[in-house]
Design a protein around this ligand. Structure first.
Ligand SMILES: *[C@@H]1O[C@H](CO)[C@@H](O)[C@H](O)[C@H]1NC(C)=O
Ligand SMILES: *[C@@H]1O[C@H](CO)[C@@H](O)[C@H](O)[C@H]1NC(C)=O
Ligand SMILES: *[C@@H]1O[C@H](CO)[C@@H](O)[C@H](O)[C@H]1NC(C)=O
Ligand SMILES: *[C@@H]1O[C@H](CO)[C@@H](O)[C@H](O)[C@H]1NC(C)=O
Ligand SMILES: *[C@@H]1O[C@H](CO)[C@@H](O)[C@H](O)[C@H]1NC(C)=O
Ligand SMILES: *[C@@H]1O[C@H](CO)[C@@H](O)[C@H](O)[C@H]1NC(C)=O
Length: 552
C-alpha cells in the first residue's frame, strides 16, 4: 500500500515533470517558428527601404520618348490600335532596377541602354560585349583569318547564288536519309509503347540520338517567319531592317542538325501548347531578344492583333524591365523579367560608403513573379565580366560579408548554385518546365565593343567554327544543372550561334543618323527576325509532346 502510494506519487511527479518539459518544448518551437517567420518581413522591409533609397539616388529615369523605338506621338496610333491599354497591375516602381550609381556602369548598362540603343542621353547598348570579348579574344584572331578568306570569295555574286542553289540539293539528300531514320524510328516506337518508363526514356533517347548542336546553317527561302511589318513589337535595337539594313540573307538561314530535323515552328501549335499558361523569360537583354522573337513568332498566328495586349499597359521600351503580353484567345501570357545576374543586386556599407553589391547568396527579388510560370527560360552570363562587376572588388556579398575581392568565375558559380537551390526549392516540378539558355557569342572584330569593334561587313554566316571554344561559364552551368533535383533542359545555342557573325545589328541597332550608330556597333545582340528565332524553334522542339517523335 505504502509502496503503491509512493509509486503513484512518483509517477504523478514524473508525469507532471514530463508535461512541463514537453509544453515548454512546444512553446519554444512555436516561438522559434514565429521568429523565423517574422524575420523575412523585417528583411523585406529593409530591402524596400534600400530600394527607395536607390530610387531617390538614381538618375531620373529617361523619358519614354527618348527610349522607345517609336516615339510617343508618331506611331502611337497603330500601337494603340494594337494594344488595349489595361490599368497598371502594379506600381511601375516595383519593376525598376536600381541603376548602379557609378557613371562607368551607366555607359554600358545593357538593359537600359544597350537594349535601348535609342538613348540620346546614354551610350548604346553594347552591354554584353566584353564578356565575350574576353573569351573570344583568342578566337577572334582565328576568325579574322577565316573571315578574310571568306571575303575574297564573297564579292562574287555568281558564286553566292551557286552556293544557294547547291544548298537545297544537299538538303534533299538529307531528307531521303532522314526518311530511313524515320522508318527506323517508327519501328522502334511500337516496341517502346510496351515499355513503362517511356517518357523519360524517349526524351533521353531523342537527345542522345540527335545532338542538335552539331549541324550547319542552310539557306532557306521560306524564312523568315515574320517581318518588321508583321511584327510591331520589335524593339528598335533589334529592328535592323527598319533601321536601314539592306542585305536580307541573314533572315533566311535555317539551322539543320546533322542527325535530325527540327520541326518548323508552328505558331498555332505553340499557342495550343501554352494555352492557359505562363511562358516566362528571365535574364539579361539577350533573353529579351529571344522573348521578343517569341512574341513575333506567335503574332503570326493571331489574325486580330487587338487580341494581344500588354497586361501592364505599356509598350516595349528599353526603360522598363518587365513585360507581360497576353494572347487573349489562348489565355496565355508571354513574359519577360529583366535580371542580369539572377541573384539580388543590392547595396551595402563598406567603410563609410554605401556601395552597389551583388548578393550571390540570394535570388533576385523579382523571383516571386516568375515562380508561378509553367515554362521558365533563364539565362545569365554576359554581365559576369570584370568590367560590369567592379572587377570583383567590394562587389560580391554573402550575408553581411562584402568580399574585398572575389574572382568572377567563383562568384558566378556561387550565384548559379543560389539559383539552382531556389529552383529546387520553389519550383513545382509537376507544373513548371525549366530551361536554361547558355551564352550567345558576340563577334567583335578589330576591337572591343567600345573601341571600334565591328561586324557590319559580315553578310553571310561563317563557314566553320573550328576555333570554337565552349565558354567556361557554360561548362559551369552544365555541371550545376546536372546536380539539380529539378530537370533543367539546356538550350545549347552557343555553338550554332557562333557561326552567325552576320546576325548582329552592328550599326543597324539604332535609327539611321543616330549619334552612336557610326562609332559603336552592336555585335552582341541579334537582329529580328534572325538567330533568336532558331533558339525558339529549339524551345518549341523541346516542348512538343513526345509522340511527335514519330512524326519527325
Ligand atoms: C505629342 O503629344 C502631346 C500630347 O499627347 C502634344 O502636346 C505634343 O505636341 C505632341 N508632340 C508632337 C511632336 O506631335
Ligand atoms: C515611384 O517612386 C517615387 C519615389 O519613391 C514616387 O514618388 C512615385 O509616386 C512612385 N511611382 C509609382 C508609380 O508608384
Ligand atoms: C566553305 O565551305 C565550302 C565547302 O565545304 C568550301 O568549299 C569553302 O572554301 C569554304 N569557305 C570558306 C570561306 O572557308
Ligand atoms: C520595314 O523595313 C522597311 C525597310 O526595309 C521599311 O521601309 C519599312 O518602313 C519597315 N516597316 C515598318 C513597319 O517599320
Ligand atoms: C500548325 O498546327 C495546327 C494546329 O496543330 C495545324 O492545324 C496546322 O496544319 C499546322 N500548320 C502547319 C503548316 O503545319
Ligand atoms: C553544348 O554544345 C557544346 C558545343 O557544341 C558541347 O560541347 C556541349 O557538350 C553541349 N552540352 C550539352 C549538355 O549537350
Amino acid at each position: 500500500m505504502e509502496r503503491q502510494r509512493s509509486f503513484s506519487l512518483k509517477s504523478t511527479r514524473f508525469l507532471a515533470f514530463s508535461l512541463t518539459i514537453s509544453s515548454s518544448l512546444i512553446f519554444l518551437t512555436l516561438f522559434s517558428i514565429w521568429v523565423i517567420k517574422s524575420t523575412p518581413s523585417i528583411h523585406q522591409e529593409t530591402h524596400f527601404h534600400l530600394n527607395q533609397l536607390a530610387l531617390n539616388l538614381s538618375p531620373k529615369p529617361i523619358t519614354l520618348e527618348t527610349l522607345t523605338g517609336f516615339s510617343k506621338n508618331s506611331s502611337s496610333k497603330n500601337v494603340k490600335d494594337l494594344f488595349l491599354i489595361d490599368a497598371l497591375n502594379k506600381p511601375e516602381n516595383s519593376t525598376l532596377f536600381s541603376p548602379p550609381p557609378d557613371e562607368a556602369y551607366k555607359a554600358d548598362d545593357l538593359d537600359d541602354n544597350s537594349d535601348s540603343t535609342t538613348g540620346q542621353e546614354s551610350a548604346p547598348a553594347p552591354s554584353l560585349e566584353e564578356v565575350e570579348v574576353h573569351s573570344n579574344e583568342r578566337i577572334e584572331e582565328k576568325k579574322i583569318e577565316a573571315a578574310s578568306t571568306q571575303k575574297i570569295e564573297l564579292p562574287n555574286d555568281e558564286q553566292i547564288t551557286k552556293k544557294k542553289i547547291e544548298a537545297p540539293s544537299v538538303e534533299k539528300i538529307e531528307v531521303t536519309s532522314n526518311e530511313q531514320i524515320k522508318k527506323k524510328k517508327s519501328g522502334a516506337a511500337s516496341a517502346k509503347k510496351i515499355e513503362v518508363t517511356r517518357d523519360k526514356r524517349i526524351e533521353e533517347k531523342r537527345l542522345r540520338n540527335c545532338d542538335i548542336t552539331k549541324g550547319r546553317w542552310v539557306y532557306d527561302e521560306s524564312y523568315p517567319l515574320y517581318t518588321n511589318a508583321s511584327c510591331p513589337l520589335i524593339d528598335e535595337g533589334f529592328d535592323c531592317m527598319s533601321n536601314g539594313r539592306l542585305d536580307k540573307d541573314y533572315m533566311k538561314w535555317k539551322w539543320q542538325p546533322q542527325d535530325c530535323d527540327i520541326p518548323r515552328f508552328n505558331a498555332t501549335k505553340m499557342l495550343d501548347l501554352i494555352r492557359g499558361k505562363r511562358l516566362i523569360f528571365v535574364g539579361d537583354s539577350l533573353n529579351r531578344n529571344q522573348w521578343e522573337s517569341m512574341l513575333c513568332m506567335l503574332m503570326g498566328a493571331i489574325r486580330d492583333p487587338k487580341k494581344v495586349y500588354e497586361t501592364h499597359g505599356r509598350r516595349i521600351t528599353k526603360e522598363k524591365g518587365d513585360y507581360s503580353f497576353k494572347f487573349v484567345d489562348y489565355k496565355c501570357t508571354v513574359e519577360y523579367y529583366a535580371s542580369h545576374f539572377l541573384v539580388h543586386e543590392s547595396k551595402a556599407r563598406v567603410g563609410k560608403k554605401r556601395v552597389q553589391t551583388l548578393r550571390i547568396d540570394s535570388i533576385d527579388r523579382g523571383s516571386s513573379r516568375w515562380r508561378g510560370a509553367d515554362i521558365l527560360i533563364f539565362n545569365t552570363a554576359h554581365w559576369w565580366t570584370h568590367y560590369k562587376t567592379k572587377a570583383g572588388i567590394n562587389y560580391y556579398q554573402e550575408g553581411n560579408l562584402v568580399h574585398p575581392q572575389l574572382d568572377v568565375s567563383a562568384a558566378f558559380r556561387r550565384a548559379l548554385m543560389t539559383w539552382a537551390s531556389w529552383v529546387d526549392k520553389r519550383i513545382n516540378l509537376k507544373k513548371t518546365r525549366v530551361f536554361f539558355r547558355n551564352s550567345a557569342p558576340s563577334h567583335f572584330r578589330g576591337g572591343q565593343w567600345n573601341s571600334g569593334g565591328h561586324c557590319r561587313e559580315a553578310t553571310q554566316p561563317l563557314n566553320a567554327t573550328s576555333s570554337f571554344i565552349y565558354p567556361d561559364k557554360n561548362g559551369m552551368v552544365e555541371e550545376i544543372i546536372k546536380q539539380m533535383k529539378t530537370p533543367v533542359t539546356l538550350l545549347n545555342i552557343t555553338r550554332l550561334s557562333d557561326y552567325r557573325i552576320d546576325g548582329h545589328p552592328s550599326m543597324y541597332g539604332t535609327k539611321p543618323g543616330s549619334r552612336y550608330s557610326a562609332n559603336i556597333q552592336d555585335c552582341s545582340h541579334w537582329c529580328l527576325p534572325g538567330v533568336p528565332d532558331t533558339w525558339n524553334e529549339l524551345l518549341y522542339f523541346h516542348l512538343l509532346p513526345k509522340e511527335e517523335d514519330n512524326l519527325l
